[in-house]
Structures are given as structure tokens and as C-alpha cells.
Write a protein of this length. Structure first.
Length: 102
């Protein structure tokens, strides 16, 4: 029983000696750890940014977008109004010239 206590004490003393030696290199170990961490993050971001979406994901997003549909009768009605009315023609021309004016 005393041998097991002696061996654990010996192991703890040896570990403490190694830790004292490593304490001198702790700033270097910290800098190496930070550099490795940044390198890993940089590689991970690079691999994720180059990844292409699957065809199923693209088709799912296209279906979810719900592209607006313009009724052809409304388009024909607007064109006929533009052709028939002078004030509507000037309104359309003004809108084309400066679309941000109210």
C-alpha cells in the first residue's frame, strides 16, 4: 500500500517538474494555440464559402420565392390607356425620365 502512495507521489512530483519547465514556454504555447485556432477557422470559412448549394436546395428556394405574375389583360389595358390619353402619355414619359420624382 505504501508503494502505491509512493508511486503516485513520485508521478505528481515529476509532473510538477515538467509543468515548471513548461511555464517558461507558456507565452509561446499560447501564441501557437491562437495561430492554430485562427488557421483552423480560416480553412473552415474558406471551405464553407466555396461550397455550392445542391439542386434540390435551389429549386426549393425558387418555389418559395413565388415570382409575381402580371396579368396580360392588365398590361393590355395600361397600353390602351397610354395610347388613348395624352395626360397618361406625359405621365408615363415623366416616370421614364425621372422614376424617383413623385
Amino acid at each position: 500500500m505504501s508503494k502505491s502512495k509512493f508511486s503516485t507521489k513520485l508521478l505528481t512530483d515529476q509532473a510538477a517538474g515538467y509543468l515548471r519547465k513548461l511555464r517558461h514556454y507558456s507565452p509561446l504555447i499560447f501564441v501557437a494555440f491562437v495561430v492554430l485556432l485562427y488557421g483552423f477557422i480560416l480553412l473552415r470559412v474558406n471551405s464553407l464559402s466555396n461550397q455550392q448549394p445542391s439542386a434540390q436546395a435551389v429549386s426549393g428556394q425558387v418555389k418559395a420565392a413565388q415570382i409575381p405574375h402580371i396579368d396580360t389583360s392588365v398590361v393590355k389595358q395600361l397600353q390602351s390607356l397610354q395610347d388613348n390619353s395624352v395626360s397618361v402619355q406625359t405621365l408615363f414619359n415623366q416616370a421614364r425620365d425621372n422614376p424617383f420624382q413623385e
